[in-house]
Design a protein around this ligand. Sequence first.
Ligand code: FAD
Length: 283
Amino acid sequence: MTSANRPSISFEFFPTKTEAGHEKLLTTARRLAEYKPDFFSCTYGAGGSTRDRTLNTVLQLDGEVKVPTAPHLSCVGDSKTELRELLNIYKDAGIHRIVALRGDLPSGMGMASGELRYANELVEFIRNETGDHFHIEIAAYPEMHPQARNFEDDLSNFVRKAQAGADSAITQYFFNADCYFYFVERVRKLGVDTPIVPGIMPITNYSKLARFSDACGAEIPRWVRKQLEAYGDDMDSIQAFGTQVISEMCEKLLAGGAPGLHFYTLNQAEPSLAIWENLNLNR
Ligand code: FAD
């Protein structure tokens, strides 16, 4: 919850490769800014592949669109010198929130390299370099990170990462509120009270969602999958059904104590806003 005791709402973007894509991102961001979210965030291509584009997008969203914006920063493939340089640029620009990740190197970039191997080491590095300047967000995986040895091991790794100096966490998206509640309960039992905000993926395109969910370990429940499959190319029905399913899950999450919602916008405003309107989140 924010200081006003209302859920924290944030929107995530990815930096685009083209000028047209960037313009679309800005239009989306301006539209979402009207709803007064708590913050925006912008992803980072592990290994520095979007270094300049992430930096420029963050500075523009924060400075021109005037919504506090958090850069994502990942440690695989980047040296400490490169990470330090970026942290200092963000600090000097008055950025106060950062999403600290290990990252996944894109296929073709070889084996993971870099001086920091896991996100807990990056959190520690940011704290050592910049003290309390940044509010540090970390990633959480209610359905387990796909490379983890098992759930308990992943849970211990999350706890270590939180205790390295994180202020709050954002989850990988999921379609089942129970896995979120179970994860939070287990984390609390281990003595960690870091707020954990559910990451929300609006459903807009079934085939893309299915591919992406397979890769990141998010399970689409059979009843949702079957319904989406049956709609075929009928995008309107997919979106209407998707909005209903996700809105109901968000309602359950907030009623059950989730401190906020973080929307994976994929640079589109309407799918997140349709859920926002259903939830009556107006502020
Ligand atoms: P970690 O917390 O380091 O965990 C990675 C794996 O290693 C887990 O299986 C964990 O159990 C294990 N592990 C953790 N610490 C240790 C340790 N000390 N010793 C042994 N094993 C350990 N990716 C990007 O490239 N760019 C982005 O901008 C981006 N944004 C994201 C935002 C959110 C909210 C989320 C949820 C994910 C995002 N990702 C992004 C994806 C993320 O980088 C991948 O899921 C990546 O595989 C793991 O990152 P992490 O920070 O969770 O890693």
